[in-house]
Design a protein around this ligand. Structure first.
Ligand SMILES: Nc1ncnc2c1ncn2[C@@H]1O[C@H](COP(=O)(O)OP(=O)(O)O)[C@@H](O)[C@H]1O
Ligand SMILES: [Mg+2]
Length: 420
């Protein structure tokens, strides 16, 4: 067996601070939010972006900044207490409040100094959680508004108790788009922030992250709740940022491994191009190329083959992100060509005429394919204009484009491993 090497790329994990690249504007904006809160004028923020664009990684990086584990130029070190929760699996408002309580509890338990100052809050949280569970079992749900009211009261007492010791409290809520509008996250946040204000507790910051549907969800829950937040939209990484991720990864690998790995400029460029800037893609293509390489020099073929082969990067991404779409694409040659033609336009609207012209598929077959793909919710039809279609996300388009590009540079075609 060949010598095993440490692979630095992490397609399935939030990023380590050492490999975190870009997002400077967003980080600056959030640092300003924290700075304002520290000085008694809290600004809340909301990060939106497609899956795999780096929301959870950004929140983690922000936590390190807020906790004072990363220095901030011109400010020094923040001393916030950060509670990180995610709302996957939360169906009711009470589920959300409960997660919040648990998140606060574990954040406090990380800081002994504060835990002493917060003994009252701590005891209450402990009891409250037990109560919550018992209510849940016997008498149905407790009233989340009541519990929230109590929570805010205790929270502001806590913040006053530890003033001077810390800068404030940061509540990070990931996957905030997951609960339905009925769970009332918008309403809850509106209530929470208003009550904190009334209690003159001005150093609590709430940061949300979720899919681009998040703002709409909040609005459906409470019309004015989106206005609480400074909003940030995460875009794909720039070309030089993508290349930097690859270079940093190779450097980290060479620090750990006895056998040194090099990578050709062509391979770096190809990785950057294939990924179209989706950090998840950069990590996956790089991870697969690193694993595939046999002679400790990653070249273009390594990238192409490892992307294209069975179980390679493209099928990993397909399984994880585009499952339905992936199977539809390979189920029919017409579907594949229609989707390929649409992917050239990212997630922009394309006319049926253009699809017919660019796919080379006969008109009747394009019509059938468009109908079927629409029914499967793999493409979207414009409700306002006749004959306009688009792909649901740009990352889906990037994935389709990458299949073609990788196939062109891959010898694995002979084995027809990945059914692109
Ligand atoms: N700024 C970044 N620099 C380098 N890699 C990143 C960055 N942000 C995210 N990644 C990588 O991209 C992938 C997806 O990131 P994640 O934060 O889980 O995205 P999201 O929460 O938006 O779905 C992970 O493998 C992560 O390591
Ligand atoms: Mg995430």
């Amino acid at each position: 067996m060949a010598m095993l090497k440490y692979n630095p790329f992490r397609p399935n994990n939030i990023i380590t601070p050492g490999m975190f690249v870009g997002r400077l504007e967003e980080i600056n904006a959030i640092e300003r939010c924290l700075f304002q809160a520290k000085n008694g004028n809290p600004q809340h923020f909301l990060v939106q972006g497609e899956r795999g664009i780096g929301k959870s990684s950004l929140l983690y990086y922000i936590k390190l900044i807020a906790d004072g584990r990363i220095d901030v130029p011109n400010i020094g070190r923040f001393r916030f207490i950060t509670a990180s929760i995610d709302l996957g699996g939360c169906q009711t408002q009470m589920d959300i409040v409960r997660k919040l309580g648990r998140g606060l509890k574990s954040a406090l338990s990380e800081r002994d100094v504060v835990k002493n100052a917060a003994a009252g809050f701590w005891d209450w949280l402990t009891n409250w959680e037990v109560l919550g569970v018992r209510y849940h079992k016997e008498d149905g749900e407790p009233d989340s508004e009541e519990v929230c009211e109590e929570l805010v009261g205790r929270l502001s007492a806590l913040c006053r108790g530890v003033a001077g010791e810390i800068d404030g409290l940061l509540i990070l809520i990931d996957e905030a788009d997951r609960p339905s509008a009925q769970a009332g996250l918008g309403e809850l946040l509106k209530m929470l922030t208003e009550r904190l204000n009334r209690a003159e507790c001005f150093n609590v910051v709430v940061g949300l992250a979720g899919l681009p549907t998040l703002l709409g969800r909040l609005r459906d829950s409470h019309e004015s709740s989106p206005r609480l937040f400074h909003t940030l939209l995460l875009e794909p990484l720039e070309l030089d940022e993508r290349k930097r991720v690859v270079n940093i990864g190779i450097k980290l690998a060479n620090e750990k491994n006895q056998v040194q790995t090099t990578i050709t400029q062509d391979a770096i460029d190809f990785l950057a191009e294939l990924s179209e800037g989706y950090p998840h893609f950069v990590q996956q293509f790089s991870y697969s190329a690193f694993e595939h390489d046999k002679n400790n020099e990653i070249d273009e073929e390594d990238v192409g083959e490892s992307a294209f082969k069975e179980g390679g990067a493209l099928s990993q991404l397909g399984d994880k992100f585009f499952n339905e779409m992936y199977h539809a694409r390979i189920s029919s040659e017409d579907y594949r060509r229609v989707l390929d033609a649409m992917a050239e336009h990212g997630d922009q609207w394309v006319t049926r005429k253009k699809i017919i012209a660019e796919s080379g598929v006969a008109e009747a077959n394009v019509n059938n394919a468009l109908q079927a793909l629409k029914l499967k919710q793999i493409i979207i039809q414009d409700e306002a204009r006749r004959g306009f279609y688009r792909l649901p996300t740009n990352s889906f388009a990037a994935w389709i484009n990458a299949i073609r590009a990788a196939r062109a540079k891959s010898d694995a075609l002979l084995g027809a491993g990945f059914n692109g």
